[in-house]
Design a protein around this ligand. Sequence first.
Ligand code: TXA
Ligand code: MG
Length: 320
Amino acid sequence: MTQLPASHAAAIDVAVASLRAGELVIFPTETVYGLGADARDDRAVAKVYAAKGRPQFNPLIVHVADLAAARAIAVFSPAALAVAERFWPGPLTLVLPRRPDSGVSLLATAGLETVAVRVPDHPVAQALLRAFGGPLVAPSANPSGRISPTSAAHAADGLPDIALVLDGGPCAVGLESTIIGFAGDRPVLLRPGGLSRDALETVAGPLERSAPSGRPSAPGQLASHYAPRARLRLNAAAPLPHEAFLNFGPNAAASANPTLNLSPSGDVIEAAANLFAYLRALDSSRASVIAVASIPHHGLGEAINDRLARAAAPRDEAPA
Ligand code: TXA
Ligand code: MG
């Protein structure tokens, strides 16, 4: 595996050459690191599923450089256009009807009539998409069911067989994008994420929350996802003697055990950016249980609590 600082002059060229050859490249976005492949190349897309050990019914997000490129792939209603114009580039994915002439691999959308698209807000992702000149599928660069990577080292650690990692430093948002779909003109929240409900609702109006069902029409919906090795105990006031502690806010529950505070000042944005890295760090301590302080539900707290609930879910349903 080669890890190239994305600032390296040749980094983008090397990555583009790999992608054109049907290879996979790990690259940074503002949310988490993505495992990128040419979205039009069935074989490359198949390699993504294989590398992640991902169940094939879980479709991928197509990343493009701008709204114009997104409109070549998906059909935008006026409601969809309004949110795209306001929030792209940014941590928002739209699930929209797939254009018949989109050119996107059917494997990438897992046979659905819809396609998930997003325009990432990261200079390296943007440079890569523009130099590549086409759409890239990019699921989070982790084995299926594990914690999403927010640094190049985390990504390389989970997927050591990927030949090239572009290192763009830690991800500013730290949580995957918010995913919305539309029922007619009404927006439906499919996955809470890096763009808060409050921000979205100022443009989109009230968001319905989709009910998770058997087949994940709106995935990340597998009950156990984002799974650390340790068990999680949520809404803990303080850790028990054998537990590591993931704290939040200015409460100084002292412990001799490994402890990290997502945000000593109680800022949910800072907590989101730290969440996956801190879960990983505590997971690599020897504790078999991580106690997690309660996190307020406002702003990005909704997405943080969604990820924590999945990380705490029983494992027998874990996909891989
Ligand atoms: O922030 C992100 O979104 C990151 C970065 C790398 O961009 N990507 C990411 O991708 O989280 P992934 O593959 O880990 O999650 C994509 C989610 C899955 O839960 C998938 O099921 C859902 O998007 N999805 C994709 N296409 C869909 C569709 N047509 N309808 C409903 N959900 C869809
Ligand atoms: Mg993922």
